[in-house]
Design a protein around this ligand. Structure first.
Ligand SMILES: N[C@@H](CCC(=O)N[C@@H](CS)C(=O)NCC(=O)O)C(=O)O
Length: 204
């Protein structure tokens, strides 16, 4: 039987990877449709708001990464035990999103001078600030981003941070042992390990 879900995204990890991690973790069958940046202009108008990732299911095109990820996380019982715990997961993921948006803005900056300036601020201020605080969160939460147990915040944040450190070509874990701990823990979950070993190799 054909998979119920088709994930449409660029041939990168990017925002597709948190969804791929959740699919892998939950053993959810899906078709991983990837396209190049060169192919994108011809495809853009076919996406609901001209952006990806998009998940097609039952003839419907869904979009917005975190809304879709939250749906699968709920199905997999990874959003905590009540509304309060669900909010704490959201806070952690939204925090990493704040960092992601700044790094992506740098990476895709077309003006070389502006790019260099953005890099300087990221490397000297923004990234150290976030990594220190995230490391502390993991320390306070028994080796997880929140709640002292595995939640979708662990899966999504590890997928994103792993991608961002490759985008920045620097290690986020070298001086952050708690962050290293959660990255290693998620990457060692058998279903994630299997996915990471077989996934296409991309630079970010
Ligand atoms: N808020 C959206 C943002 C999606 C987004 O910005 N996608 C980028 C790729 S990561 C995109 O489609 N870029 C191509 C374009 O805007 O033409 C989400 O979280 O899914």
């Amino acid at each position: 039987m054909a998979p119920k879900y088709t994930l449409k995204y660029f041939h990168i990890r990017g925002l597709g990877e948190p969804l791929r991690f959740l699919f892998a973790y939950g053993g959810i069958d899906y078709e991983d449709v990837r396209f190049t940046f060169e192919e994108w202009p011809a495809l853009k108008s076919s996406m609901p708001y001209g952006k990806v990732p998009v998940i097609e299911t039952d003839g419907e095109d869904l979009h917005q990464t975190l809304a879709m990820a939250r749906y699968f996380a709920r199905q997999l019982k990874l959003t905590g035990d009540d509304d309060w715990e669900a909010m704490l997961c959201d806070i952690s993921i939204d925090t990493v999103t704040d960092l992601r948006l700044q790094i992506v803005a740098y990476n895709f900056e077309a003006d070389e001078d502006a790019k260099e300036k953005k890099k300087e601020v990221l490397v000297n201020e923004t990234i150290p600030f976030y990594l220190e605080k995230l490391d502390d969160d993991v320390k306070k939460n028994n080796g997880h981003f929140v709640l002292g147990k595995l939640t979708w915040a662990d899966l999504v944040n590890v997928a994103i941070l792993d991608m961002l450190q490759d985008m920045m070509q620097m290690s986020f874990t070298e001086n952050h042992t708690n962050l290293k701990g959660i990255m290693d823990k998620v990457m060692a979950i058998p279903q994630i390990k299997e996915w990471v070993e077989k996934r296409p190799k991309t630079s970010f």
